[in-house]
Ligand binder design. Sequence first.
Ligand SMILES: CCc1ccc(NS(=O)(=O)O)cc1
Length: 308
Amino acid sequence: TTDIRPNDNMSLPDSVIETNRPIRIENFSNHYRVMSADSDFRFSEEFEELKHVGREQPCTAADLPCNRPKNRFTNILPYDHSRFKLQPVDDEEGSDYINANYVPGHNSPREFIVTQGPLHSTRDDFWRMCWESNSRAIIMLTRCVEKGREKCDHYWPYDTMPVYYGDISVQILNETRYPDWNISEFMVCRGDTQRVIRHFHFTTWPDFGVPNPPHTLVRFVRAFREKVAPDQRPIVVHCSAGVGRSGTFICLDRIIQQISVSDYVDIFGIVYAMRKERVWMVQTEQQYICIHQCLLTVLEGKELTGAP
Ligand SMILES: CCc1ccc(NS(=O)(=O)O)cc1
């Protein structure tokens, strides 16, 4: 039977196709047309092949009785091998634990620290993670409350007075509001050391959904990258569970950089690699398709138009 792969991976061995499916950028528009035909039939097939990636890996720290209350969702637990470890406090069991994983980006294997939306009871741990990882930016992709449900604690001050979270003080220096996101700078201090951490808060992305229109997300990634160039310090990314919207954002950030240095783009491979580090990264098929739609708007130069 002829192989009817919808892209040009004819020369790759099966084992590589299982983890990578690079598409030649000049063929991407046709690839999207083939994948989305018959009610997204091939997108559904491809997304289904990602279902079990990484799921065999242990989450023993997350499952310790002392750590269970630190998880927002009982079924969204960080894999041991990639979890971020806080500096332990004396012999306090579980004091190194936070629901967060290192996830690779375009620029380094530990470019991102992806975490759940802090709980009120874990927000001090969240600021310890931001401090101890030497992070210089936080990407927030959820509102604190959506449809009457708490999705994330309001873990930063409500006004310009400094607030202590454990032994870390946070003070808002400035905030700029846009239709779909807010950008703030926080002065963060621990002891005699102070740092500025930028906060990029996307405010119109419904949980389990996609931004509308998709290119709003492209503009948000551009706004972020205008202020945060690649360097060695990690970027903290969170939504509510820290899997769906966070994975979608990171994948788009990666492919926008990938197309500037390569003739190929590999969305399947990026999601595969992310799911080896954190469960359910890019949670829904619509989010997976949205990534492709965002890339189409970039390649067709439509990200800046009002076109739907
Ligand atoms: C069922 C747990 C769960 C809740 C919310 C989400 N969405 S999110 O990862 O985009 O915040 C994903 C999973």
